[in-house]
Ligand binder design. Structure first.
Ligand SMILES: C[S@@+](CC[C@H](N)C(=O)[O-])C[C@H]1O[C@@H](n2cnc3c(N)ncnc32)[C@H](O)[C@@H]1O
Length: 202
């Protein structure tokens, strides 16, 4: 069957001359009474994209400092980010790390670490439903200690995470981090908050 995916859009959030985040959306082409169109059940995604990370924290994700992935997971504290998570982790040679985790309720988390100092980068993503992501975020930041990070929360109608948008509106500071940018967007079925934080003094 031929599907015409014409209902797509590209967005750029943040400062286009500095750190920014590209978003590509696509609406399901069926609908209008015909068929199911997109996700109807409660759905949410938290993403934390971290840059310029602490060198000691990054050292853990090298074969020099950790003998295997399990050791890197334990030493970094990744296993404590979402208590009870079942983890499948991998430590690259000579460095680099990836993990996927699953919780009893079916929620996932995934982390990818690039520890090389000239381009250090860590991404965290989870669809765990929470009314507040503050505690999870604080635990993620404690593992990797970035100099700056972007966080995004997507939540649709019916998701408990809808209330996290309001909390994020007021979060001008999170621990040692100061907010530099905040965007709030409404899409067809989802609300999105984008925020950029920098460790101060920066
Ligand atoms: C964890 S992977 C993930 C990259 C991906 N772009 C991301 O961030 O989602 C990147 C890290 O693994 C390291 N690495 C080592 N061997 C690799 C391989 N065969 N494939 C991909 N990354 C490798 C890279 O040097 C880097 O530090």
């Amino acid at each position: 069957m031929w599907i015409d995916w014409t209902d797509g859009a590209a967005y750029c959030l943040g400062q286009m001359n500095r750190d920014c985040w590209y978003l590509y959306t696509l609406s399901h082409p069926f609908g209008e009474g015909d068929e199911w169109r997109g996700v109807n059940e409660p759905d949410q995604t938290l993403e934390v994209l971290m840059m310029d990370l602490d060198t000691d924290a990054m050292q853990i994700f090298t074969r020099q400092a950790s003998s295997d992935a399990r050791q890197a997971t334990q030493k970094s504290g990744i296993h404590k980010i979402l208590p009870g998570v079942q983890i499948d982790d991998f430590l690259f040679d000579p460095c680099g790390y990836s993990m996927n985790g699953i919780l009893a309720n079916g929620s996932y988390m995934t982390i990818h670490v690039t520890p090389e100092p000239h381009c250090s980068y860590v991404s965290f993503e989870s669809n765990i439903p929470m009314a507040s992501y503050r505690d999870v975020l604080v635990r993620v930041l404690a593992c990797f200690r970035p100099a700056k990070f972007i966080m995004t929360v997507f939540a649709n109608k019916g998701s408990v995470a809808l209330s996290s948008h309001k909390e994020l509106d007021g979060a001008t500071h999170i621990g040692a981090y100061q907010r530099k940018d905040l965007h709030s967007c409404q899409f067809h079925k989802y609300h999105l908050t984008y925020a950029h934080y920098v460790k101060f003094p920066s």
